[in-house]
Design a binder for this molecule. Structure first.
Ligand code: 3PG
Length: 183
């Protein structure tokens, strides 16, 4: 898994290349394209085709129908803001990694019961930041977290330095890449 996961919101399909190119130029090889806009599946398909060496997944997948569309479009991983058992079942059946949002011990226990050991910690800034993550990690040493929400250049390194953190997600990677590389 890539350590940096840009959370990508594509409003216009024509922006896909610009965003992917900017991420690549920034040395980022991954993108979580979110199902917050109608062109998400199309954007995943386009990104997969044009950037085959990048790890392209789908984010904000909140139901089975979106999950099927994301996987059919070529998503290599699925992320949700919370935990969806129906999405987990589809991902398990298709052998695709699923990272559900979990911020309570009960949610983590549900994820574990579904065979999931890497979860999104979202919104990280609201649920206690690194301190909250560490408190949650203590009883679950087998779980890795992907803190997302409020991650920025100033706090990125401290999250990445934590052993319980598998990767860090955020929209700021996209903003930063675009401000640096977009023509
Ligand atoms: C997400 O869906 O993961 C968040 O919108 C990302 O939060 P951020 O914009 O604070 O990075």
């Amino acid at each position: 898994m890539d350590k940096l996961i840009p959370v990508v919101v594509i409003k216009d399909i024509n922006d896909t290349r610009k965003i992917m190119q900017a991420l690549k130029k920034s040395g980022i090889n991954c993108a979580e394209i979110t199902f917050r806009t109608p062109c998400a599946a199309e954007a995943i398909c386009l990104a997969k085709t044009e950037y085959p060496d990048m790890d392209i997944g789908a984010g904000t997948v909140i139901n089975e129908e979106q999950c099927f569309r994301a996987i059919d479009a070529g998503a290599a991983f699925i992320v949700s803001p919370g935990l969806s058992k129906e999405v987990a079942a589809v991902c398990a059946a298709r052998n695709i990694p699923y990272y559900p949002g979990c911020v309570t011990p009960t949610e983590i226990m549900t994820a574990l019961s579904l065979g999931i050991t890497t979860v999104k910690f979202f919104p990280a800034n609201i649920y206690g930041g690194l301190k909250g993550l560490k408190a949650l990690a203590a009883p679950f040493p087998q779980v890795k977290f992907i803190p997302t929400g409020g991650i920025n250049r100033d706090n990125l390194e401290e999250f990445l330095a934590c052993d319980n953190v598998a990767a860090v997600g955020g929209t700021f990677f996209v903003e930063e890449a675009l401000s640096k590389w977009a023509e």
